[in-house]
Design a protein around this ligand. Structure first.
Ligand code: PAP
Length: 342
C-alpha cells in the first residue's frame, strides 16, 4: 500500500498526542535544512511538531478566530496578508503609511500556531485581541477537536495549489534557505545537498514538509464539503485569476463582508493592491530581515501559475499528475480547475 493510500485514524492521533514522544517517531533527514518526523500519516517539521501537544492541550480557540491553513508554498504568505488586511481594515486603513503590512512581514503578523507553542509563546497567542487571525501548516486530521468542532465557532480558510508549482516553489525556497544558512555560517553559497531530481523523488513519495501534499489537501477539502460554513477552500490559481471576488468571498466568510460604500470607494481593490506580490516584494521590510532562519525575501518569487513547466520535464509532470490522480481517485476532488467545482 502506498503511503498516500494509508488509512488515517484521527482519533488514534488525537489520543496519542498527549503522550507524544517526538524522538521515537520516524525521522527523515534527507531534506536539509529541515528535519521531518512522520506522524499521523504526514511528514511534519520536527520544530513545528514540538508545539502540537500544547496546541491540543492548552490552546483555547475563540468563536471569532480565523485559522489560515495551507500546505507550504501554496499561497500562505499572500493569504496571511489578505486575511489580516481584510479583517483589520477598520483599525488599519489600507492606504495608511504605517499599515502593519508596510512594516512587518506577513509571517510576523500572522504566526503559526504550532510554532508559537513550540517556542513557548502560547501566552502571546492567548493575549492577542479578538478577532485573531492565526495560521497552521498542520493537516486537518491533526487539528484539535476544539478547533474543528462545529460548536467552536472558529473558522478555517484553506488554500491549495497545483502540486507541481508547489514543488518548484519549495525547491527554490529551500535552495535560498540553504544558501542563506551557509552564508551565515560563512561557508559560502552552498547548494542543497540533493539535486532537483532527488527532491522531486522525495516529493512524489510524500516526503516533504507536511507531505504528502494530496493527503493534506484532501483532508481540508473533505472538511469544507462537510462544513462549508466552517471551512473555506480556496485555490491559488483561482485567486490569481480573480483576486477581488476571492477577497470578497474571504471577507464574507470571516464575517466582515464589505459594505456597498466600501465596495464603491475601492476598498477591495486597495486590499488586493496592498497585498499583491509586487507590492509586498518591494517593501523594505520584505527585502531584508528574516523570520527565524528564513529570509523575508525568500517568500516572494514569481507568483504565477504553471511555472513548473520551466523546470519539470513533461515525463516528470506526467508521473506526479498520475500519483496525485491515483491518490485522489474517488474523492471527487481534482486539481484541474477546469473540472473542479470548489
Ligand atoms: P510558505 O508556505 O513558506 O509561507 P507560501 O507563501 O505558501 O510559502 O508560498 C510562496 C509562493 O507564494 C511563492 O510562489 P513561487 O515560488 O511560485 O513564486 C511566492 O512567489 C508566492 N507569493 C508570495 N506572496 C504572494 C502574493 N502576495 N501574491 C501572489 N503570490 C505570492
Amino acid at each position: 500500500m502506498s503511503m498516500s493510500m494509508m488509512p488515517l485514524s484521527t482519533d488514534a492521533c488525537a489520543t496519542a498526542i498527549g503522550e507524544l514522544d517526538i524522538t521515537s517517531l520516524p525521522l527523515e533527514t534527507r531534506f536539509p535544512p529541515f528535519r521531518l518526523r512522520q506522524y499521523g500519516g504526514f511528514w511534519l517539521l520536527e520544530k513545528f511538531l514540538q508545539g502540537v501537544p500544547a496546541v491540543h492541550s492548552i490552546f483555547e480557540p475563540r468563536p471569532s478566530d480565523v485559522l489560515l491553513a495551507s500546505f507550504p508554498k501554496c499561497g500562505t504568505t499572500w493569504l496571511k496578508a489578505l486575511a489580516f488586511a481584510t479583517r483589520n481594515r477598520a483599525e488599519h486603513p489600507l492606504r495608511g503609511l504605517d499599515h502593519p503590512l508596510r512594516r512587518r512581514n506577513p509571517h510576523d503578523i500572522v504566526q503559526y500556531l504550532e510554532l508559537q507553542y513550540a517556542q513557548s509563546m502560547g501566552h502571546v497567542v492567548a493575549a492577542l485581541p479578538s478577532p485573531r487571525v492565526l495560521s497552521t501548516h498542520l493537516p486537518y486530521s491533526l487539528l484539535p477537536g476544539r478547533i474543528t468542532a462545529e460548536e467552536s465557532g472558529c473558522r478555517i480558510v484553506y488554500i491549495c495549489r497545483d502540486p507541481k508549482d508547489a514543488f518548484v516553489s519549495s525547491w527554490f525556497f529551500t535552495k535560498k534557505t540553504v544558501a542563506a544558512a551557509a552564508a551565515r555560517a560563512r561557508t559560502g553559497e552552498e547548494p542543497p545537498p540533493y539535486t532537483f531530481e532527488e527532491a522531486f523523488e522525495l516529493f512524489c513519495d510524500g516526503i516533504c514538509v507536511s507531505g504528502p501534499l494530496w493527503r493534506h489537501v484532501l483532508g481540508y477539502w473533505e472538511a469544507s464539503r462537510r462544513q462549508p460554513e466552517k471551512v473555506l477552500f480556496l485555490r491559488y490559481e483561482e485567486m490569481l485569476r480573480n483576486p477581488e471576488s476571492n477577497v470578497k468571498k474571504l471577507a464574507e466568510f470571516m464575517g466582515c463582508a464589505f459594505s456597498v460604500q466600501e465596495e464603491a470607494t475601492g476598498v477591495v481593490q486597495d486590499i488586493v493592491e496592498l497585498c499583491s506580490l509586487e507590492s509586498l516584494k518591494n517593501m523594505d521590510v520584505n527585502k531584508s530581515g528574516s523570520h527565524g532562519p528564513l529570509a523575508h525575501e525568500s517568500f516572494f518569487r514569481k507568483g504565477v501559475p504553471g511555472d513548473w513547466s520551466n523546470h519539470i520535464t513533461p515525463a516528470m509532470a506526467e508521473r506526479l499528475d498520475k500519483i496525485v490522480e491515483d491518490a485522489l481517485q474517488g474523492s471527487g476532488f481534482t486539481f484541474d480547475v477546469r473540472e473542479a467545482s470548489a
